[in-house]
Design a binder for this molecule. Structure first.
Ligand code: ATP
Ligand code: AH0
Length: 404
């Protein structure tokens, strides 16, 4: 799709383009998100002409983790102890899986890729602390899958460690996709929200001509997304997710509980904010399930699905300066038809659609975003939006690992 590009000045980027020696056109974006379902890989053609940025998805595929690796990742995310050598081995195994995914997606194109942007796998995320008693107020965000290994195994220059510089600038380091949303999904006259529903939900608020009014763009994590639904589907029905929302659709949501859950600290806290599996953990789900009296397993999934939908709607009413005309859904939650129906209901009068309707593949939007962020990085253009992450300044995101 063709999109306007943020001019360098409005990005406050250095006037002079880098001489990184990388003539990047064909870029691979890689990410495994909080669902830990596998590595999303996108082979993206990126070009700029007459002030417009063009991205074309040449190929996209999700490469599932093998079961044992996924279990290891989920165990570490859930706080189970591991020795340092075990963690290093896990880091290497994830990096190798990412490198394999990069080579496999590249094989679907007709030429070698110029660059890889690899987010890696988040294992731990701690937003910056507001408490004066903490030794450091800086956040901490750990992604496994070392860029150095990916560059070495693929022979392709690789950008990774996207979140570190924003943390150093005092930011949340998340969400980072909003820069890509600005570049790819801004509209001249309409207020848009880009709503990703992966493991965690996160949004980008795009006022009309967001590119020209970059200071009015913001975004934040706004709820549990699919993570609670997935864990409950596994525990109660032995399936890894509620396909199309068919299980929830058979139940009746407990609206009293939903109202109670919506008062949770994270949901009512003002942005900037980010979260992860540290909050929406197995313990968190167990505590919510313990609050059920009566009701069957379908009712539980219906209630968790309603919670996901209403947490999103509540965040718009509480924190957006203007209710959007359009809500553009991406991420696996967009495939949950029942959740989509509930969203259309609770987000009226906004029109809810998937980004696919605008020509941007909703399954690979995050992978495309990290291809784009890598492209910005090698061209020495800022990748974070301080209004989103709360960072003190715009920064270059990511370390570049060049293979010899
Ligand atoms: N057909 C479907 N029906 C219902 N839910 C689905 C379907 N396909 C995917 N999902 C949901 O989407 C989830 C995966 O979404 P996605 O890949 O966007 O998450 P992620 O990228 O890992 O998360 P995040 O964006 O938080 O990092 C699955 O775990 C499942 O809950
Ligand atoms: C620390 C981390 O990995 N955060 C993820 C997570 O998954 C969704 C949401 O929480 C978002 O803030 C972020 O991912 C996307 C890719 C982002 O940075 O925009």
């Amino acid at each position: 799709m063709t999109n306007p590009v943020i001019c360098q000045r409005s990005l406050n980027s250095p006037e002079i383009r880098s001489d990184s020696g990388i003539n990047c056109k064909l870029v691979i974006g890689l990410i495994s998100g909080t669902s830990v379902d596998g590595i999303d890989a996108a082979l993206v053609e990126i070009s700029e002409r007459q002030g417009s940025l063009t991205t074309k998805l040449i190929a996209g595929h999700t490469y599932a983790y093998d079961n044992e690796l996924r279990e290891q990742i989920l165990a570490v995310c859930a706080g189970q102890p591991r020795s340092l050598p075990q963690l290093c081995e896990l880091d290497d195994r994830i990096a190798e899986s990412f490198a394999k995914a990069a080579l496999a997606i590249m094989a679907k194109g007709d030429r070698a890729a110029d660059l890889i942007g690899s987010h890696g796998q988040t294992l731990f995320h701690r937003p910056p602390s507001l408490s004066a008693s903490d030794q450091t107020s800086l956040g901490y965000s750990v992604q496994f899958g070392r860029g150095a290994v990916i560059a070495e195994l693929t022979g392709i220059p690789t950008v990774s460690d996207f979140r570190a510089a924003d943390i150093e600038a005092g930011g949340q380091a998340a969400p980072l996709v909003p820069m890509a949303d600005v570049l790819l999904l801004s509209h001249d006259t309409k207020y848009r929200v880009c709503q990703n529903i992966g493991g965690i939900s996160n949004l980008t608020y795009l006022p009309p001509q967001a590119i020209a009014h970059l200071d009015q763009v913001f975004g934040f994590d706004n709820g549990a997304g699919n993570v609670l639904i997935d864990m409950a589907a596994q525990q109660l029905f032995g399936v890894s997710f509620d396909r199309h929302g068919a299980l929830a659709r058979q139940g009746v949501a407990n609206l009293e509980l939903v109202q109670q859950w919506l008062r949770q600290d994270f949901l009512v806290a003002p942005p900037p904010k980010s979260t992860g599996r540290e909050l929406f953990s197995p313990e968190y789900l167990a505590a919510r399930l313990a609050e059920f009296t009566g009701g069957n397993n379908h009712d539980i999934l219906a209630t968790l699905t309603e919670f996901t939908a209403q947490a999103i709607a509540q965040s718009y009413h509480d924190f957006l300066p203007q209710f959007p005309d359009q809500v553009l859904i991406s991420g696996g939650g967009g495939r949950n038809q029942y959740l989509m129906e509930r969203l259309q209901d609770v987000l009226q009068p906004a029109i809810v659609m998937r980004t696919d309707d605008l020509g941007l593949d909703s399954d690979f939007k995050e992978a495309i975003a990290f291809a784009l962020l890598a492209y910005l990085r090698v061209n020495e253009r800022y990748g974070n939006l301080p209004n989103v992450t709360g960072a003190k300044r715009s920064v270059l995101l990511g370390q570049i690992y060049k293979s010899l």
